[in-house]
Design a protein around this ligand. Structure first.
Ligand SMILES: [Zn+2]
Length: 127
């Protein structure tokens, strides 16, 4: 899964800047331990237990841009399917630990991402 989630890709940077402009405080590239999984989230609101992931359209199979390569189709199907299963497992593990997982596509405009983050924070139960 190396190279699968690069730190500081442009959509992440845009999202973080937009969140900062709203005066939000958060951790970036934070490693969460959830059960036996180690999960690196792009943006983490620890107190509100919200983990935000900016998913690459190709790697995570975005419905608009996640088209399969036409060569080595077996290889790619397997690899992309594995990514999808891992995403689902991560979401379930986070939910089980009382966290919200918010997944944004890399094509999601930063301002729209901010709105989704704010909505998730509003629904978060802080303890
Ligand atoms: Zn996309």
């Amino acid at each position: 899964m190396k190279g699968n989630r690069r730190a500081n890709t442009r959509p992440e940077v845009a999202l973080r800047s937009a969140l900062h402009r709203r005066g939000l405080r958060f951790r970036t590239d934070h490693l969460l331990r959830v059960g036996d999984l180690r999960v690196k989230a792009d943006v983490v609101f620890q107190r509100q237990r919200l983990a935000v992931f900016v998913d690459g359209c190709f790697w995570h199979g975005c419905p608009e841009h996640g088209h399969r390569p036409k060569v080595n189709t077996d290889y790619w199907s397997l690899k992309l399917e594995r990514n999808r299963r891992r995403d689902a497992r991560v979401n379930a593990a986070l939910a089980g630990a009382g966290w919200q997982a918010l997944r944004l596509w890399e094509h999601t405009p930063a301002e729209e991402g901010v709105e989704q983050v704010l909505a998730s924070l509003a629904g978060a139960n802080t303890r």
